[in-house]
Ligand binder design. Structure first.
Ligand code: F6R
Length: 365
């Protein structure tokens, strides 16, 4: 069942092109329209939405952070994202026409379920993005958008996270259609790029040697940083969690512009800093943050879109991901970051599929 791979995690990372395809299948009509069969949320209700709240835990929370940017950019509906365990107890302001989206791979996470119930009680409409048909989250939501990643066995989530991103792209575009916030030409272009993602992931999975080499370099470190701005910051959080949970190396995700407000003090000679720089509009800003850490002795590994070779002047090493729109970049850039965590953990001899102290499904608070 591992399909010839040593571990479930590696198999699931390689499953992603198929998972993307399955999550998109039947939801894109002739490259020009998103259709979400079974969605009861009407165009009129979408147009009437005042705000969206998203609730989730862990990796699903990181996917929701990307989802926030996607939905806000495409629809201009304000979105807030909360950790489910915080949302429940913070007395969230749920006005009329609030949609709450619960994101959960398993659909059984206790805090996510409780946050969702709390929201319903306050009168919100609830949508679930989940991978498990028949799960509690799926059963209790008004609408469900399934990710079709297939069963995820490894404790560390990979294909479920990236399929959640695909679900958010579909949902964002679907909402934009109802709201007419996107012109037809841009919609068609975005859909075309979305449909290219599976083959681009495939392409990346064929050129992994540089990532393995970087894993060798960081495998004996005690701590490191992931930095980025905008969507790269959301992705940095996911990359950092993945590395921590399976390699047991301490790492921190930082908004690149925030370093000088404190954490820069931790940068010493040789501290690895992984700088995510896939967002073209923010490239110059991130490049100047790279210079900031380099000046304190950091060893910088940058991640950029193909062609963004200017970073080679500042970073010690650059990993490239295929070109795509900024909004879609996390769905590609996550792949080398998952593999970085994977190789680092296996070089350190860890049980990659079953990291210590963790369970796949957290059904207690
Ligand atoms: C990390 C990981 C966890 C889960 C979290 C929520 O790799 O898998 O952080 O994302 O426990 O689980 P679900 O999505 O099942 O609600």
């Amino acid at each position: 069942e591992k399909n010839g791979f040593d571990t479930f995690m590696l198999k699931e990372i390689h499953d992603q092109p198929r998972a993307y395809q399955d999550t998109m299948r039947g939801r894109i009509n002739e490259g020009k329209e998103i259709v979400l069969p079974g969605m009861t949320l009407s165009a009129e209700q979408i147009r009437g939405l005042k705000q969206i709240h998203m609730v989730a835990c862990g990796t699903a929370y990181h996917a929701a952070l990307v989802g926030k940017t996607v939905i806000e950019r495409l629809t201009r509906i304000p979105v807030e994202v909360d950790l489910a365990s915080e949302y429940r107890y913070r007395m969230p302001v749920i006005r009329e026409n609030t949609l709450v989206i619960a994101v959960s791979q398993s659909g059984e996470t206790a805090d996510t379920l409780a946050a969702m119930r709390e929201a319903r009680q306050c009168g919100a409409r609830v949508m679930a993005i989940t991978n498990v048909i028949g799960s509690s989250v799926a059963r209790e939501a008004d609408d469900v958008l399934f990710t079709l990643a297939g069963p995820e066995i490894a404790v560390a989530s990979t294909k479920a996270y990236s399929s959640q991103l695909i679900a958010f792209y579909l949902l964002g575009l679907f909402m934009a259609q109802s709201m007419e916030t996107l012109d037809q030409a841009s919609l068609i272009e975005l859909i075309a790029m979305l449909e290219r993602l599976p083959s681009q992931v495939e392409e990346m999975l064929e050129g992994l040697e540089p990532v393995r080499q970087i894993a060798e370099q960081i495998s004996n470190q005690n701590h490191l940083f992931f930095i980025g701005r905008g969507l790269d910051y959301s992705l940095a959080m996911e990359a950092s969690l993945k590395l921590k949970e399976i390699s047991y190396i301490h790492s921190e995700a930082y908004a690149a512009g925030e370093l000088k407000h404190g954490s820069l003090a931790l940068i010493e000679e040789g501290t690895p800093v992984i700088a995510l720089a896939t967002q073209e509009l923010l490239l110059e800003k991130t490049a100047s943050n790279i210079k900031e850490v380099k000046a304190r002795g950091a060893y910088v590994i940058a991640l950029a879109l193909e062609g963004q070779t200017e970073l080679e002047k500042t970073a010690d090493q650059v990993i490239y991901v295929p070109r795509t729109y900024s909004l879609l970049a996390p769905a590609l850039a996550v792949v080398p970051l998952q593999l970085l965590a994977y190789y680092t953990a296996s070089i350190r001899g860890n049980d990659v599929d079953k990291p210590r102290n963790l369970a796949k499904s957290v059904t207690v608070e």
